[in-house]
Design a protein around this ligand. Sequence first.
Ligand code: SAH
Length: 396
Amino acid sequence: MPSTPARPATSGADLGLPVVRPGDETAPMPLQMAPRRRGKPPKHFADLTPAERVASVEAMGEKPFRAKQLATHYFQHFTSDPEQMTDLPATTREAMATTMFPQLIRPTRRLEADGGTTVKTLWHLFDDARVESVLMRYPNRTTLCISSQAGCGMACPFCATGQLGLTRNLSTAEILEQVRAANKSLAAGEIPGGPTRLNNLVFMGMGEPLANPRAVIETVRALVAPQPEGFGMSARNITVSTVGLVPAMRKLADLGIPVTLALSLHAPDDDLRSELVPINTRWSVDEALDAARHYFEVTGRRVSIEYALIKDMNDHGWRADLLGEKLNARGRGWVHVNPIPLNPTPGSIWTASERAVEDEFVARLRGHGIPTTIRDTRGSDIDGACGQLAAEEDDE
Ligand code: SAH
């Protein structure tokens, strides 16, 4: 457990949810919608809209076209290093770069697995908050798992980040910097397999992206904007994963950028889901599934249902059947299920389901006609994507 106080000042009380009493160590973590820390990171070029970039450059007494040059360096060459910006006047290069590209994230640990094709980085932010990102290179695609918050307020008991509580939201540029850093490393050929670029992005690192909707939406805009205005990624290759914050899911549907939506369901019945994903006491399984279906209707994008298989907890055949029925009740062809064997967090009483149980769970869902694929567990040996590295550091 972290040495910093995990008990937040603002808690589930604001949501009409149970609050943990001091000294009651057996009680679950409280839900936490508001961050403990509010300090704002320095404003960065990647926080700005294209029009604001031009205005900032002009405010420095530079010609408007310099904004496009800076954007090309950042979003196309993945650099913020003034030395490399040789098309800018030598006299102002340094000043422009320092003002526009303050250092927001600093790598402090790097862990490799799978022969160097999986790389997890721990980043320290300006105020020493910590986040992680995980890069995973496959033969035909390269995925980055990014963080949208330092810690998380959703208190899911099986998730390492959930045990940390929420430190603060990341800014747009703090999220985009994780993407730029990964692209830079890929372009430089640092990952075995030759130079390449990122083509897949998942908001499955630390944090609940839809609890930080403004920054996440601005990030998505910059990810899909064509180069050099943004990274030029395809919306379908960006996955926003949520515990099921229903109003924000509906807002995301209206954004007009058809990213892939993943709903972390983990149980088809309210009794169990309220335990595994505490926000379920606010928005139930049915409400979350209705919002997921709505997302499909508006965007035409098939929704993913995430389901961590936990031994003797949520892996029963009847739960697979109930899930299949609830999904089919909302139509066909709109959803697929991604079970993933639980990656146990340190000290957790829970373990992953047995292989045969996992197979049966998948077979039952497929029996209901639901496309089902076991999610890859890459990086589990370096505690990939589950906040464990940052949690460990807090212990030190
Ligand atoms: N807050 C968002 C995104 C971050 S977590 C969400 O909950 O969807 C990304 C995914 O990893 C979620 O589906 C989450 O439930 C899952 N996850 C968290 N801890 C896990 C663990 N220990 N084992 C397997 N999956 C886990």
